[in-house]
Design a binder for this molecule. Sequence first.
Ligand code: 13P
Ligand code: SF4
Length: 312
Amino acid sequence: ETPNIDYVEEILKLKKEKNAVILAHYYQIDEIQEIADFVGDSLALAQQAAKTDADIIVFAGVHFMAETAKILNPTKKVLLPDLLAGCSLADSCPPEQFSEFKKKHPDHLVVTYINCSAEIKALSDYVCTSSNARKIIDSIPQDQPIIFAPDRNLGAYLNKETGRDMLLWDGACMVHEAFSMEKLIDLYQEHPDAELIAHPESEAHMLKVAKYIGSTSGLLNHVKNSDKKKFIVATEAGILFQMLQENPDKEIIPAPAKEDNTCACSECAYMKMNTMQKLYLCLKHELPNIEVEAELCEKAIIPINRMLELSK
Ligand code: 13P
Ligand code: SF4
């Protein structure tokens, strides 16, 4: 613990000195979202990383996001405040097993959700995020068989939306599988005028009752543009910071998590590993620094660039 440091002041100073940019995901703690140069969903953050002219990118998010930024900027320094900020969804798709699975289906194209490791991206034909998955899949001929990985919930939702029968990898995000339907029903009884909106990483039973399904940016836009005054939001609770700022007149309730969860709503322990102190230290020492092997970068950039091209 370093006492008496004004992290906001020091971070702003270091950022300027080093020509660094701070990119933050909506699931980051409020203070980090406040100090970031850009806050966005996974797609917007990748797009920002692709076009930045900063010398250093500080990625206030999780490992796969910083890794994607590094693949897009192999000559730049990409920092992640806590190297242990991983992702349960990315972890649910180990490269060796996935490679075996892919070999069993040689006629399939591989579309992967950006929440996966560089190794998985290198095995993919297309990368997508929750905001462009539909568009990416629709760009592929309808009769072309597809493997979708790693999220089984998003995959099942996309199968329904696109009328396809993509082969799904059996992975999931623990944060979006932590919601309790029983508690949600109780909450609905207290707030019958509230509208449930959900991220597509949520389970099928949640998506079935949701009135709107979308990425974190999609959810934010929906609340902003809707006439409704009350929402129950099924995604990571960090999104409430932006949602409340944009809609001071609306009531936003985080969807309740199951009894055994560490908090009443659902929070991503990985996203919450980043703190103002770690952000300061990482800018100061330019560590932890993300490295991706050149050969891996060359393979993984192809499906990422295909995605960026299709998302213009
Ligand atoms: P989006 O930012 O694409 O909505 O994804 C949410 C997420 O789980 C990021 O880890
Ligand atoms: Fe991964 Fe889920 Fe956390 Fe997003 S919310 S980083 S998908 S564990």
